[in-house]
Design a protein around this ligand. Structure first.
Ligand code: GMT
Length: 379
């Protein structure tokens, strides 16, 4: 198949999933065209079946806001026609599903039908999508997509709760590539971070309020009082400055390292004992899955899709949002019980293997076939 993929090309989970999906499909022989404003962060290597089309949104003194949607739709029309694409797969509903609808209509006026698949990732529904300012367009463009997928059962249910949508939403979970994410021996690295054999706790995110990174620091503070530990904070975002101030205030500066955005996250996960995810909203929790694939148990909240990924009492523990006490207690419990920790490590890997890219990719391929077939029959 010749497939166009639209996504946010950043380090965010939706962009990562879209890029890894495209690369995986390209390896299976499909021709994949990424159409976005910047080369996706994870699109680092050349592949003969992968193409990148940059959308350059024109600025003009009259514009207060650059009309990216118009530029994207124009580019999509051009690429779909010139490259003869079979299907367009857009990740993250806002604004991509609406732009895809406009693109479809333009092409239809020229007698050409291109089916659109929209994948919902989370904040497009939970945070932004149910904001009244966006709701009519999001609901309409989801309804008008030829296929809609959600990354977890929880997100599917939330979408039905928030919007009056009648079309079927297919759950296709996020996935992990074990060729990259697996435990490797990085003992020298571990010694450098934790020279006295301290436990290593890891958190990665975009440091937005929804991730509650402050809770990570408070959890760490409590853990460190019982078990000598180090905390690695990976990623960057608007809360970083406040978090750095908090570490200074709590006098934890020498125990906590802010590593910024990192490409080789698997190398850091290789030395981790626990992964901490106290988010207040999480449609799936891809970062937790990446940790589990590297045999790292997860201490998380019980929100959204997290219970579908992190199994309470088996691969880690789930707590209520903001229950720092409970999360710290669970972390201490695991770190002080070596037998339980090694069993949880094994369980984490076993659970992660349910989300192996090798199992999930065929689900997308089958879904594309289904959507294409339905589009052929109807029109
Ligand atoms: O978590 C974020 O703020 C980024 C966001 C995104 O769209 O990139 O992540 C969402 O999509 C990921 C990939 O499907 C999921 O693993 C995350 O759980 C989800 N984030 C939220 O729902 C808050």
């Amino acid at each position: 198949m010749k497939i166009g993929i639209v996504c946010y090309p950043t380090y965010g989970g939706s962009g990562v999933v879209a890029t890894e999906l495209g690369i995986g499909l390209a390896k299976k022989g499909h021709k994949i065209h990424f159409i976005t404003y910047k080369r996706p962060a994870r699109l680092t290597h050349f592949h003969e079946n992968v193409f990148f089309h940059e959308v350059s949104a024109e600025d003009y003194p009259l514009f207060e806001y650059i009309p990216y949607e118009t530029s994207l739709a124009s580019k999509l029309v051009d690429v779909i026609k010139f490259e003869n694409l079979d299907l367009l797969h857009v990740h993250y509903a806002i604004p991509h599903a609406a732009v895809a609808y406009m693109t479809k209509k333009i092409l239809l006026s020229e007698g050409r039908y291109v089916p659109v698949v929209t994948t919902l990732h989370g904040t497009d529904i939970t945070l932004v999508g149910n904001n009244k300012a966006f709701a009519p367009v999001v609901a309409f463009s989801i309804e008008k997509s030829d296929g809609v997928t959600a990354v977890s059962e929880s997100l599917k249910q939330q979408t039905y709760e928030y919007f009056n949508i009648k079309n079927d939403i297919r759950v296709i979970n996020n996935f992990i590539d074990f060729d990259r994410f697996r435990k490797s021996d990085k003992d020298h690295f571990k010694k450098a971070i934790a020279p006295q054999g301290e436990a290593i706790l890891v958190h990665t995110s975009n440091f937005r309020k929804v991730k509650r990174v402050e809770d990570v620091i408070y959890i760490f503070q409590k853990v460190n009082e019982h078990v000598p530990s180090k905390l690695l904070l990976i990623g960057d975002g608007p809360e970083r400055y406040n978090l750095e101030q908090l570490c200074r205030k709590l006098d934890l500066w020498s125990e906590i390292r802010f590593l910024g955005k990192q490409d080789a996250i698997e190398e850091l996960l290789a030395v981790a004992d626990l992964f901490i995810m106290p988010s207040e909203s999480e449609s799936f929790g891809l970062a937790a899955l990446e940790a589990m694939a590297c045999e790292v148990p997860v201490i998380s909240t019980d929100v959204g899709g997290l219970p579908e990924v992190n199994i309470h009492g088996k691969t880690g523990f789930l707590s209520k949002i903001g229950d720092v006490e409970d999360m710290a207690k669970n972390a201490i419990n695991l770190l002080t019980n070596k037998e339980m920790l090694s069993q949880f490590r094994i369980n984490a890997l076993e659970q992660a293997s349910r989300f192996d890219i090798k199992l999930i990719l065929p689900q997308y391929e089958a879904y594309y076939e289904e959507v294409l077939k339905a589009a052929t029959i109807s029109g």
